[in-house]
Design a protein around this ligand. Structure first.
Ligand SMILES: [Fe+2]
Ligand SMILES: [Fe+2]
Length: 277
């Protein structure tokens, strides 16, 4: 299905730098790819068939990750170490539920086909999700920190691309999601920082924090997908993705490396324990 005869070339590649944290003015026209310069797509009916399929697929994965993470957080909602952690974690879970709802609202615009996927998403149990990172349990408090610091941060890269994407309803959903995600990332890094600094006076230890880094960093890098993916090139040409998987992964490594070092932890090599290269 994914084996075109001709290699895919990225047309009108995206230019400029998307603001960190994602604050950009909404624009009406498509900024890169095959449809650069024309008005954004605003309804599911006007989408080319292949682009329609791809948006559905992206939204199903997006919603699946949001709902899965609620299941992962659940055991810790009433056992996190401090009052403030309990409140922030409950808020994170509420945010993820809202993000899942938002992705499903976009799916709903695709009529019966979208609704069929929503019905399926609602039945998914722990361990049945699409990406490995979302089938792993939070066994210790350090996992909550590692997951939010590393895995939520990958999600942000996808959302940043969507923020300026060629499908208007998707682009407009992004600013609020991005600002909520920022809280999740900061919380995750802070949990790890406190584990390193305060050890058992807070929770766990520096060693446990390092183990959480080693557990979640490889799964986070996998989430960007295969380095040579035709689907990701097509998504760029449709104006849906902004970076190839490899570009996004490299940017992520560049962002996370100084953060992890700043709290006194080490990152394993990017090849360590990887499943998807
Ligand atoms: Fe989310
Ligand atoms: Fe999140």
């Amino acid at each position: 299905m994914e084996s075109p005869k001709e290699p895919i070339v990225v047309s009108n590649p995206p230019t400029g730098v998307l603001a960190e944290g994602g604050r950009v003015e909404p624009v009406r026209e498509i900024l890169w790819g095959d449809f650069a310069g024309s008005r954004k797509f605003e309804t599911s009916e006007e989408l080319p068939a292949e682009m329609r399929k791809l948006i559905i697929r992206l939204m199903v994965v997006q919603a699946d990750t949001e709902f899965a993470s609620i299941q992962q957080h659940r055991p810790w909602l009433d056992s996190s170490p401090t009052l403030e952690d309990r409140w922030v974690q409950a808020r994170i879970v509420a945010d993820e539920a809202r993000h899942g709802l938002q992705a499903c609202r976009i799916l709903r615009d695709f009529g019966e086909e979208g609704q069929k996927y929503i019905d399926e998403l609602l039945t998914k149990k722990e361990g049945e999700h699409k990406l490995d990172a979302f089938n792993m349990k939070f066994e210790r408090w350090g996992d909550v920190g590692g997951f939010t610091c590393f895995v939520d941060r990958v999600g942000v890269y996808q959302l940043r691309a969507f923020q300026e994407c060629s499908y208007g309803p998707l682009a407009r959903a992004m600013p609020l999601m991005l600002s909520e995600e920022q809280l999740h990332l900061n919380f995750g890094l802070n949990v790890l920082r406190r584990m390193v600094k305060d050890g058992a006076r807070y929770a766990g230890s520096k060693e446990e924090a390092q183990e959480a880094v080693n557990k979640w960093y490889p799964r986070a890098l996998d989430m960007f997908g295969h380095s040579h993916s035709d689907t990701s090139l097509r998504a760029i040409n449709f104006g849906l993705k902004r970076w190839t998987n490899e570009e996004a992964r490299a940017r992520y490594i560049q962002e996370i490396t100084p953060l992890v070092h700043s709290i006194g932890l080490e990152l394993p090599s990017p090849d360590f324990d990887r499943h998807i290269l």
